[in-house]
Design a protein around this ligand. Sequence first.
Ligand SMILES: Cc1cc2nc3c(=O)[nH]c(=O)nc-3n(C[C@H](O)[C@H](O)[C@H](O)COP(=O)(O)O)c2cc1C
Length: 178
Amino acid sequence: MKILIVSCSLRKASLSRVLAMKVRENFEQGGAEVSFIDLRKVELPFCDAGSSYEHPNTIKVKQKVETANGIIVAGPIYNYTCNAACKNFVELTGKSWENKVVGFLCAAGGDSSYMSIMGLANSLMLDFRCLIVPRFVYTTGAAFEDGKLVDTSVANRVKELAFVTLSLVKAKVRDTYS
Ligand SMILES: Cc1cc2nc3c(=O)[nH]c(=O)nc-3n(C[C@H](O)[C@H](O)[C@H](O)COP(=O)(O)O)c2cc1C
């Protein structure tokens, strides 16, 4: 099973990247083949619905999306939605998301933005028929100390996200090829 994790924060001390690293461990323990894209490290153009699609890095990340069975989007909540880097990544890679199982790990400043990822989830579901994992992790800085995830209930939810995502991916792959 191929899992792609996309870490969308451009912040050096990102908390969602800590969640992304944690879920990576969980997937690896579950026997998945994991690839990781850190948007802080990949220079991508802004989507212009034209030449940006031909950029070598766009082509590289698009291939990673295409070959994944499941994708975890880890990122910050900005202005009650995903951050612009995340949205740009989806705009650039578009149709390659078709039929993927997609889960979310969100870091936010406060508790009240917990439904903010739904706009992105809806668009992936309606535009690309993604199967959205109905269990996402949303947390604030309170779960971290010195850049480490210390809240065990959040750590368990990250683990559960990996488990449910893998189960859905396996069921979907079985269904497609049987
Ligand atoms: C431009 C901006 C907008 C933000 N908007 C929200 C918001 O709408 N709701 C919220 O709970 N936190 C908001 N935050 C706080 C971030 O979600 C929080 O700092 C989070 O830890 C960022 O994720 P990261 O640590 O992975 O970079 C915002 C932060 C910035 C810089």
